[in-house]
Write a protein that binds this ligand. Structure first.
Ligand code: RIB
Length: 291
């Protein structure tokens, strides 16, 4: 079984702020750093750090060689990562304030993934291999259709949640990984009551496996009559960027090893509790030995 993570790569420009910038306001940052990010890259790093062999497919621009080197440093296979000299790599502008963040995305090369690239990448994978995706690259409907046609298991982290998600063939997804806001969006329900979101998700996707993280309240695994809850580990968060990506990577890596859901939720909770104690995205994801 091979694991393909097909997703975004961004230069993250991270600004530490006294408060989030408001309309009509100009504010100086308290600190600035540039790092490697993108939900796709972060999740590939998390999978690799959790001990899995992972292939990362995606697209970077002329300035993207650093991403290839970075992924390789952690053992991620980049044979299917395309470098396109006519484009710029995606980037994100991230404000961090009291542990929380606000993110502005510029897709760049992430939005230039086309059907030709998808066909080429998928030609190296077969039935029962696993595809992990997020909502930061172009042509996701085509990717889901083609991967499903080949019999890959498809895991979809719906972040960032937006209306485009409903244009994808969601019936072909095997596992959804969401936070409570994405869960409510996916279920088309306007509430922050976790129990109501869970019920609505079950009604809308009765035969899907769903993992929902709920911040300090932990996470849930939802599948038919099975509901498993995992507490969050209490730590002081200084930057939550990539916490969800860490959770996704560690959950999936552990689940694929032995299908033990409780163990996978626990490992993912531990890993993301370490990520929130570090600054930045990919650089704050822990290695398995730290857990
Ligand atoms: O989930 C965090 C990530 O979201 C950041 O690394 C940023 O690049 C955006 O994709």
């Amino acid at each position: 079984m091979k694991i393909l993570s097909f997703g975004s790569l961004n230069y993250d420009h991270v600004y530490e702020m006294d408060h989030f910038v408001e309309p009509k306001e100009t504010q100086s940052s308290l600190a600035y750093a540039r790092g490697f990010g993108g939900k796709g890259l972060n999740q590939s790093i998390a999978l690799a750090k959790a001990g899995l062999e992972v292939y990362h497919a995606g697209r970077v621009g002329s300035d993207g060689q650093d991403f290839i080197d970075y992924l390789n440093r952690y053992g991620v296979n980049t044979d299917y990562l395309m470098k396109d000299d006519s484009l710029a790599t995606g980037h994100a502008i991230i404000e961090v304030c009291k542990g929380q963040n606000c993110i502005i995305l510029h897709g760049g090369a992430n939005q230039a993934i086309d059907k030709e690239q998808i066909d080429e990448v998928l030609s190296h994978f077969e039935k029962d291999d696993v595809l992990l995706i997020q909502n930061e690259i172009s042509n996701l409907s085509y990717l889901i259709d083609k991967a499903h046609e080949k019999g890959l298991m498809i895991v979809f982290n719906t972040a960032p949640m937006n209306e485009k998600v409903f244009t994808y063939p969601l019936d072909k997804i095997d596992i959804f990984i969401v936070n409570e806001i994405e869960g409510a969006g996916l279920a088309k329900i306007d509430t922050n009551d976790y129990q109501k979101i869970i019920e609505a998700l079950k009604e809308r996707f009765p035969d899907k496996r769903i993992v929902m993280t709920v911040g300090e309240s932990g996470s849930y695994y939802i599948y038919k009559d099975t509901l498993i809850h995992q507490n969050a580990y209490k730590v002081e968060a200084i930057d939550t960027t990539a916490a969800g990506d860490t959770f996704t990577g560690f959950f999936l890596a552990s689940y694929l090893k032995d299908q033990d859901i409780a163990r996978a939720l626990d490992l993912a909770a531990k890993a993301s509790s370490i990520t929130v104690q570090g600054k930045g995205a990919a650089q704050s994801i822990p290695g398995i030995e730290e857990l």
